[in-house]
Design a protein around this ligand. Sequence first.
Ligand code: PLP
Length: 371
Amino acid sequence: MNDTPIYVTQPLLPELDEFLPYLEQIWASKQLTNGGTMHRQLEQQLAEYLGVEHVALFNNGTIALLTALQALRITGEVITTPYSFVATTHSLLWNGIRPVFADIDPHSFNLDPEKIEAAITPHTTAIMPVHCYGNPCQVEAIQRIADNYNLKIIYDAAHSFGVRDEGGSILRHGDLSVLSFHATKVFNTFEGGAIICPDAKTKKRIDQLKNFGFVDEVTVVANGINGKMSEINAAFGLLQLKHIDQALAQRQDIARRYNQQLKGIQGLSTPAVLFEHTTNNAYYPILIERDFPISRDALYQHLRDEGIYSRRYFYPLISQFPMYRGLVSAQPENLAIATDIADKVLCLPIYPALKKEEQKKIIGLIRACCE
Ligand SMILES: *Cc1c(COP(=O)(O)O)cnc(C)c1O
């Protein structure tokens, strides 16, 4: 067995040779950014691949979230989840919006619709749910609440590349969905992201907002930002698309092996079994309960000592960070389930290049704790 560290994820990185022709094309065009050929092609190919109407590319997912909130002119309070990556709620603070945390469902780790409804106040203007680990939220229940209370929905779909339900892409739900193409994600452009939107008019506004608010050479209509994706990043996305189906299939194989081989261990549960058929296997979470022989943190450290870098994802909860913990909704009593899950969860390595022997080693080390 080799001793190179095994990280929780590894970027999907096609052969360098495959990328060179794209670079030659960019050099020949002399257009490096501002909606060049690569950018236009990637928007079009992603819309086709994902099965959505419009894609607006961004330089990262966080700026895409910020812009999505601006595009819909969201103000006041937005109900969201503490069980996510900090960028979800940071995007609210950057827009002067107050995050209101609601608790999650213990099986899906997604916002519990009943808790969303209970958190609504006269200041609530929108809901920002996360399809955690790529597993879809209860989109219909959330839509009903939004309709009843006249709220917008912006999905943080950073984990959800390629996820579908019976009706098609998961990204068609809500008013807008935001993807991240960061290096650690299922599909990456080194750094990158996108807003998925249903109509051309909204896409046009988003495209203006990501380009400083410019409408034409001499007209600025909004205090936009620089959210543009460069040609080099877009080109990498085009190349990556050619490999994505295989990468998703490899992830599924790895998840299935974990599902089978981590079955029946006292004090360890595999929640991903429940969403086996609805996820892109972006992550592989396990829960370490009190009757497991060692604590979650001890297991994390033990794996680390053996060169395996699992991740406590998501721990700590967003609501525990200093800029949030003073909020009434951030109190642990309001977030009992999220608090409990954050103390138990461990995400195991899952990425296309993970070798069978490496996975066997990981499973072996976990099982050995029980012997
Ligand atoms: C990765 C991630 C983001 C941020 O995306 P970046 O492209 O890294 O800016 C936002 N939300 C969630 C849930 C994420 O996992």
